[in-house]
Write a protein that binds this ligand. Sequence first.
Ligand SMILES: CC(C)(COP(=O)(O)OP(=O)(O)OC[C@H]1O[C@@H](n2cnc3c(N)ncnc32)[C@H](O)[C@@H]1OP(=O)(O)O)[C@@H](O)C(=O)NCCC(=O)NCCS
Length: 172
Amino acid sequence: MVRLTTEGNEVRITAPSPDRWEDFKKLRLESLHRDPKAFLSSYEEEASFGDEVWQNRIKNVIFAVIRDKPVGMLTYIQRNRKKNDHVVDIFAVYVDSKHRGKGLGDRLLKEAIYRIKRNKGVSKIALSVLADQIPAVNLYMKHGFRVVGVLEKELRFRGKFYDELVMERLLK
Ligand SMILES: CC(C)(COP(=O)(O)OP(=O)(O)OC[C@H]1O[C@@H](n2cnc3c(N)ncnc32)[C@H](O)[C@@H]1OP(=O)(O)O)[C@@H](O)C(=O)NCCC(=O)NCCS
Protein backbone atom coordinates (compact mmCIF):
# COMPACT_ATOMS: atom_id res chain seq x y z
CA MET A 1 0.00 0.00 0.00
CA VAL A 2 1.35 3.44 -0.98
CA ARG A 3 0.42 6.63 0.88
CA LEU A 4 0.68 10.22 -0.28
CA THR A 5 -0.94 13.50 0.60
CA THR A 6 -3.01 15.61 -1.82
CA GLU A 7 -4.37 18.93 -0.58
CA GLY A 8 -4.31 17.73 2.98
CA ASN A 9 -6.13 14.49 2.20
CA GLU A 10 -4.36 11.21 2.57
CA VAL A 11 -4.66 9.04 -0.51
CA ARG A 12 -4.36 5.31 -0.03
CA ILE A 13 -3.49 3.09 -2.98
CA THR A 14 -4.77 -0.31 -1.99
CA ALA A 15 -6.26 -3.61 -3.13
CA PRO A 16 -9.81 -3.41 -1.70
CA SER A 17 -11.25 -6.17 0.42
CA PRO A 18 -13.92 -8.26 -1.35
CA ASP A 19 -16.69 -6.70 0.73
CA ARG A 20 -16.10 -3.34 -1.04
CA TRP A 21 -17.63 -4.72 -4.24
CA GLU A 22 -20.57 -2.29 -4.13
CA ASP A 23 -18.13 0.65 -4.00
CA PHE A 24 -16.34 -0.86 -6.98
CA LYS A 25 -19.59 -1.29 -8.91
CA LYS A 26 -20.55 2.33 -8.16
CA LEU A 27 -17.21 3.75 -9.33
CA ARG A 28 -17.08 1.56 -12.43
CA LEU A 29 -20.62 2.52 -13.48
CA GLU A 30 -19.75 6.16 -12.78
CA SER A 31 -16.71 5.86 -15.06
CA LEU A 32 -18.81 4.38 -17.88
CA HIS A 33 -21.47 7.06 -17.42
CA ARG A 34 -19.10 10.04 -17.19
CA ASP A 35 -16.46 8.96 -19.73
CA PRO A 36 -18.42 6.73 -22.12
CA LYS A 37 -15.93 7.14 -24.97
CA ALA A 38 -12.92 6.06 -22.88
CA PHE A 39 -14.05 2.44 -22.51
CA LEU A 40 -15.13 -0.30 -24.89
CA SER A 41 -17.80 -1.40 -22.44
CA SER A 42 -20.96 0.67 -21.99
CA TYR A 43 -22.93 1.75 -18.92
CA GLU A 44 -26.05 -0.05 -20.18
CA GLU A 45 -24.17 -3.36 -20.57
CA GLU A 46 -22.53 -3.33 -17.16
CA ALA A 47 -25.47 -1.87 -15.21
CA SER A 48 -27.27 -5.16 -15.82
CA PHE A 49 -24.45 -7.33 -14.37
CA GLY A 50 -25.44 -9.42 -11.36
CA ASP A 51 -23.80 -9.05 -7.94
CA GLU A 52 -21.60 -12.10 -8.46
CA VAL A 53 -19.90 -10.45 -11.45
CA TRP A 54 -18.79 -7.49 -9.28
CA GLN A 55 -17.84 -9.79 -6.41
CA ASN A 56 -15.59 -11.68 -8.80
CA ARG A 57 -14.13 -8.66 -10.63
CA ILE A 58 -13.05 -6.83 -7.48
CA LYS A 59 -10.39 -9.50 -6.90
CA ASN A 60 -8.23 -7.87 -9.58
CA VAL A 61 -8.74 -4.22 -8.69
CA ILE A 62 -6.57 -1.51 -7.13
CA PHE A 63 -8.29 1.53 -5.59
CA ALA A 64 -7.14 5.08 -4.89
CA VAL A 65 -9.03 5.96 -1.71
CA ILE A 66 -9.59 9.36 -0.06
CA ARG A 67 -11.37 9.45 3.32
CA ASP A 68 -12.48 5.85 2.80
CA LYS A 69 -14.08 6.70 -0.58
CA PRO A 70 -12.65 5.16 -3.75
CA VAL A 71 -11.96 7.93 -6.27
CA GLY A 72 -9.78 6.03 -8.71
CA MET A 73 -9.21 2.46 -9.83
CA LEU A 74 -7.38 0.11 -12.15
CA THR A 75 -7.94 -3.55 -13.02
CA TYR A 76 -5.25 -6.05 -13.96
CA ILE A 77 -5.74 -9.65 -14.99
CA GLN A 78 -3.20 -12.31 -15.84
CA ARG A 79 -4.02 -14.29 -18.97
CA ASN A 80 -4.74 -17.93 -18.21
CA ARG A 81 -3.78 -20.01 -21.22
CA LYS A 82 -0.69 -22.19 -20.98
CA LYS A 83 1.01 -20.27 -23.80
CA ASN A 84 0.15 -16.74 -22.70
CA ASP A 85 0.01 -16.69 -18.90
CA HIS A 86 3.19 -14.59 -18.95
CA VAL A 87 1.03 -11.61 -20.04
CA VAL A 88 -1.03 -9.36 -17.75
CA ASP A 89 -3.68 -7.02 -19.15
CA ILE A 90 -4.45 -3.67 -17.56
CA PHE A 91 -7.82 -2.05 -18.17
CA ALA A 92 -10.65 0.03 -16.64
CA VAL A 93 -8.22 2.73 -15.49
CA TYR A 94 -10.16 5.68 -14.08
CA VAL A 95 -9.76 8.66 -11.77
CA ASP A 96 -12.79 10.73 -10.74
CA SER A 97 -12.68 14.04 -12.66
CA LYS A 98 -12.49 16.05 -9.39
CA HIS A 99 -9.23 14.33 -8.49
CA ARG A 100 -7.42 14.30 -11.83
CA GLY A 101 -4.05 15.89 -12.41
CA LYS A 102 -2.90 15.20 -8.84
CA GLY A 103 -0.84 12.08 -9.42
CA LEU A 104 -3.46 9.43 -8.61
CA GLY A 105 -3.29 7.79 -12.03
CA ASP A 106 0.48 7.73 -11.68
CA ARG A 107 0.31 6.03 -8.31
CA LEU A 108 -2.30 3.50 -9.43
CA LEU A 109 -0.16 2.46 -12.39
CA LYS A 110 3.02 2.37 -10.32
CA GLU A 111 1.36 0.11 -7.76
CA ALA A 112 -0.07 -2.17 -10.48
CA ILE A 113 3.34 -2.54 -12.13
CA TYR A 114 4.93 -3.26 -8.74
CA ARG A 115 2.35 -5.97 -8.00
CA ILE A 116 2.56 -7.46 -11.48
CA LYS A 117 6.38 -7.60 -11.34
CA ARG A 118 6.23 -9.56 -8.07
CA ASN A 119 4.84 -12.45 -10.10
CA LYS A 120 8.04 -13.92 -11.50
CA GLY A 121 6.37 -15.67 -14.44
CA VAL A 122 5.11 -12.44 -15.98
CA SER A 123 7.16 -10.79 -18.73
CA LYS A 124 4.71 -8.44 -20.45
CA ILE A 125 1.96 -5.96 -19.56
CA ALA A 126 -0.53 -5.08 -22.28
CA LEU A 127 -3.35 -2.59 -22.62
CA SER A 128 -5.37 -0.78 -25.22
CA VAL A 129 -6.49 2.81 -25.24
CA LEU A 130 -8.40 5.10 -27.56
CA ALA A 131 -5.93 7.15 -29.59
CA ASP A 132 -7.56 10.44 -28.60
CA GLN A 133 -7.55 9.75 -24.83
CA ILE A 134 -4.40 11.87 -24.58
CA PRO A 135 -4.09 11.94 -20.75
CA ALA A 136 -4.28 8.14 -20.63
CA VAL A 137 -1.86 7.63 -23.55
CA ASN A 138 0.63 10.01 -21.88
CA LEU A 139 0.21 8.25 -18.55
CA TYR A 140 1.03 4.88 -20.09
CA MET A 141 4.00 6.23 -22.06
CA LYS A 142 5.34 7.82 -18.89
CA HIS A 143 5.35 4.34 -17.33
CA GLY A 144 7.29 2.71 -20.14
CA PHE A 145 4.49 1.49 -22.40
CA ARG A 146 5.00 1.86 -26.14
CA VAL A 147 2.53 1.77 -28.99
CA VAL A 148 2.86 -1.52 -30.90
CA GLY A 149 -0.20 -1.24 -33.09
CA VAL A 150 -3.22 0.74 -34.16
CA LEU A 151 -6.65 -0.84 -34.52
CA GLU A 152 -8.40 1.42 -36.97
CA LYS A 153 -12.08 2.24 -36.43
CA GLU A 154 -12.11 -0.20 -33.50
CA LEU A 155 -14.77 1.63 -31.52
CA ARG A 156 -18.03 3.14 -32.71
CA PHE A 157 -19.63 5.66 -30.41
CA ARG A 158 -22.58 7.93 -31.24
CA GLY A 159 -22.11 7.29 -34.94
CA LYS A 160 -18.37 8.10 -35.02
CA PHE A 161 -15.46 5.70 -35.37
CA TYR A 162 -12.33 5.82 -33.21
CA ASP A 163 -8.91 4.19 -33.50
CA GLU A 164 -7.50 2.20 -30.61
CA LEU A 165 -3.81 1.97 -29.72
CA VAL A 166 -2.35 -1.32 -28.53
CA MET A 167 0.36 -0.59 -25.97
CA GLU A 168 2.82 -2.90 -24.23
CA ARG A 169 5.56 -2.81 -21.66
CA LEU A 170 8.07 -5.66 -21.58
CA LEU A 171 9.35 -6.56 -18.11
CA LYS A 172 13.00 -7.41 -17.51
C1 LIG B 1 -6.11 8.85 -17.59
C2 LIG B 1 -6.38 9.20 -16.14
C3 LIG B 1 -6.61 7.90 -15.35
C4 LIG B 1 -5.18 9.95 -15.56
O1 LIG B 1 -5.38 10.10 -14.15
P1 LIG B 1 -4.75 11.35 -13.34
O2 LIG B 1 -4.84 11.01 -11.90
O3 LIG B 1 -5.39 12.61 -13.77
O4 LIG B 1 -3.23 11.32 -13.84
P2 LIG B 1 -1.98 11.91 -13.06
O5 LIG B 1 -2.32 13.20 -12.42
O6 LIG B 1 -1.41 10.86 -12.19
O7 LIG B 1 -0.96 12.20 -14.26
C5 LIG B 1 -0.03 11.20 -14.66
C6 LIG B 1 0.42 11.44 -16.08
O8 LIG B 1 -0.69 11.28 -16.98
C7 LIG B 1 -0.55 12.23 -18.06
N1 LIG B 1 -1.65 13.20 -17.97
C8 LIG B 1 -2.55 13.34 -16.97
N2 LIG B 1 -3.45 14.30 -17.25
C9 LIG B 1 -3.09 14.82 -18.46
C10 LIG B 1 -3.63 15.83 -19.29
N3 LIG B 1 -4.74 16.53 -18.93
N4 LIG B 1 -3.04 16.07 -20.49
C11 LIG B 1 -1.96 15.36 -20.88
N5 LIG B 1 -1.40 14.37 -20.13
C12 LIG B 1 -1.96 14.10 -18.93
C13 LIG B 1 0.78 12.90 -17.86
O9 LIG B 1 1.77 12.12 -18.48
C14 LIG B 1 0.94 12.83 -16.33
O10 LIG B 1 2.28 12.92 -15.92
P3 LIG B 1 2.93 14.37 -15.61
O11 LIG B 1 2.06 15.00 -14.57
O12 LIG B 1 4.29 14.06 -15.13
O13 LIG B 1 2.90 15.12 -16.92
C15 LIG B 1 -7.64 10.12 -16.01
O14 LIG B 1 -7.43 11.25 -16.85
C16 LIG B 1 -8.95 9.47 -16.40
O15 LIG B 1 -9.57 8.78 -15.58
N6 LIG B 1 -9.41 9.65 -17.68
C17 LIG B 1 -10.71 9.14 -18.14
C18 LIG B 1 -10.73 7.64 -18.26
C19 LIG B 1 -9.67 7.11 -19.19
O16 LIG B 1 -9.36 7.66 -20.22
N7 LIG B 1 -9.14 5.93 -18.79
C20 LIG B 1 -8.18 5.20 -19.59
C21 LIG B 1 -8.88 4.11 -20.32
S1 LIG B 1 -7.73 3.10 -21.25
